[in-house]
Every structure is written in structure tokens, then in C-alpha cells.
Design a protein around this ligand. Structure first.
Ligand code: LIP
Length: 278
């Protein structure tokens, strides 16, 4: 049985997902751009986040919230909800049915902005409304997939695979100069692995590793809300989810894979130049 907090996160994600899907059917357009001209936000991103924030504060008025569109609001409970209302906004804009509502609950210092380098992930859920897949997990409780409201089925990362047979997913930043360097790394890696996938939604990329649809995922320049929930789910599914060296995942780097492959892939990615100056 999911904990009370996870059950609340799932209920809110399902309602938020229904709103996002409805707005998608009605048609969406760019409301504004953010870090670069290709980093877009739609009115639906904002509306869905307002709904999520409202439901959280109705049920948990003393908790903090960190959301992609609304920023950070403080709390006194020591718990922070980390929210990406529509992860994969470019997919959402283009009508590609691969985007997600991502909600995590983390334990973080009450002072200052919650930091993925120091927070403790407790609960996470990632819902792809377009296909009705709800991934969820709680610290020490395992990871699960429920399809179209069906039963929760335990999920696990793929068995160890040799590098040359590994299917790897990754992603690219909104800044063109950074993307160019990421592309060079991907080009060098390509002949060394089975293949590379670029799905466009970090939270679902991590869930792909969690249920063995891919063997490994890595990316740089992600925001905390892009990986908070997916990292908890992938870890509970038996994957290693980390930053460079002993660091936790953060904007600097995230790698998720079953332990043996992670141990091979990290030094290789560094050799291939992935640790360039951001
Ligand atoms: C996106 C991530 C994706 C990454 C994009 C962006 P958004 O998040 O899901 O993996 O490659 O650069 O960060 O902007 O759709 O919430």
C-alpha cells in the first residue's frame, strides 16, 4: 500500500494529468520563452502547476513547494514537494504523446532553496497522461508501474548488459553551445553501444531505466524538478542514480543505470568529454 504522502502525490498527478491532456486536445501554443528561444512554456504548464500547488497546500499547508513555473515557497514541516507540471514541454507543444506530470516529496533543510545535492528523496510519482502510465516509488519500498489505473506492478532495472549491447537514453540542453558539446559526446559514444535514444522527457527517461526499457540514461543541465521523482523511482528499481564521483544527481550531471554498467559508463563518458565546463 502506498504511504499517505505517495497516495496524495498520485491522486494529484492523475488530476493534473487529466487537465494537461484536456488542454492538449484543445490545442496549446507558446506563452513565453525562458532561458533560450527554444526553452518554452505554455499556459497549460502554468495552469497545471497552479492546480498541483493548490491541492498540496489544501492537504499539507506546512510543506514547502519547489515548482518549475512558480518557483519556491517555504514551509515549516521539513518536507518539500518538487513539481514539474509538464515535463517534456517541447514534446507537449508538438503533440508528441511523451510528456509527464512529475511530483516528488523530499526531506530538505527548511532554510533556503531545496538542493538535490543534499536533499533526501522520499516519494516520487511520474505520470504520462498520454498513455496512462503511472510510475511510483517510495524510499525503501520499491518501484511500481500502474497502467490505466490498473494494479501496481513491481518494476526493476534491466539485468547487467555489456556496453556494446546497452541501449542508452540521453538528452540535450536548451543552450545551443551546450547542445553542440553534448552532441559530440553522443557521436563518440554511438559506435560503442547498441544505440542511443532521445525521448525528450527526463522524468520518463529515468522511469525507462527503472523498468528496464533502456539500460542507462545520462544528461547534464537538468533542473531539480526534471529528475527529483524519477531518481527516487529508478533507485527503488535497483538502479544507481548519481552525479559525478560521489556527488548526488544535480544540474551538473545525472547518470542512472544498473550498478555494473554505471561503473563502466561514468569513466567512459568522462573520457569522451562529457565533463566539459557548463
Ligand atoms: C526538459 C527535460 C529534458 C531535457 C530538456 C528539458 P522541461 O524539461 O525533460 O530531458 O533534455 O532540456 O530540461 O523543460 O520540458 O521541463
Amino acid at each position: 500500500m502506498p504511504s499517505e504522502l505517495l497516495a496524495l502525490a498520485r491522486t494529484i498527478a492523475v488530476e493534473a494529468g487529466e487537465l494537461a491532456a484536456r488542454r492538449r486536445r484543445e490545442g496549446v501554443e507558446v506563452a513565453a520563452t525562458k532561458s533560450t528561444i527554444v526553452d518554452v512554456v505554455t499556459e497549460a504548464d502554468r495552469e497545471v502547476e497552479r492546480l498541483i500547488r493548490g491541492r498540496i497546500l489544501d492537504a499539507r499547508p506546512n510543506d514547502a513547494i519547489l515548482g518549475e513555473e512558480g518557483g519556491s515557497s517555504s514551509g515549516t514541516s521539513g518536507l518539500t514537494w518538487v513539481v514539474d507540471p509538464i515535463d517534456g514541454t517541447v514534446n507537449y507543444l508538438y503533440g508528441i504523446p511523451h510528456y509527464a506530470v512529475s511530483i516528488a516529496v523530499v526531506e530538505a533543510d527548511v532554510e533556503g532553496e531545496p538542493d538535490p545535492l543534499t536533499w533526501t528523496g522520499l516519494h516520487g510519482c511520474v505520470l504520462n497522461p498520454a498513455v496512462g502510465e503511472l510510475f511510483s516509488g517510495s524510499r525503501g519500498e520499491g518501484a511500481f508501474l500502474s497502467v490505466a489505473g490498473g494494479p501496481d506492478v513491481p518494476i526493476h532495472a534491466a539485468a547487467p548488459a555489456p556496453l556494446e549491447l546497452a541501449l542508452i537514453n540521453t538528452g540535450f540542453a536548451y543552450a545551443a553551445a551546450t547542445r553542440a558539446k553534448q552532441g559530440e559526446v553522443a557521436a563518440r559514444l554511438l559506435p560503442m553501444v547498441r544505440d542511443i535514444r532521445r525521448f525528450g522527457t527526463a522524468s520518463l527517461d529515468l522511469c525507462m531505466v527503472a523498468n528496464g526499457r533502456t539500460n542507462a540514461y545520462f544528461e547534464r543541465t537538468l533542473s531539480p524538478w526534471d529528475h527529483a521523482a524519477g531518481a527516487i523511482i529508478a533507485r527503488e528499481a535497483g538502479a544507481v542514480v548519481k552525479g559525478f564521483g560521489d556527488a548526488a544527481p544535480s544540474r551538473d550531471f545525472i547518470l542512472a543505470a544498473e550498478p555494473e554498467l554505471a561503473a563502466r559508463l561514468e569513466p567512459l563518458l568522462i573520457d569522451l568529454g562529457t565533463r566539459f565546463e557548463l
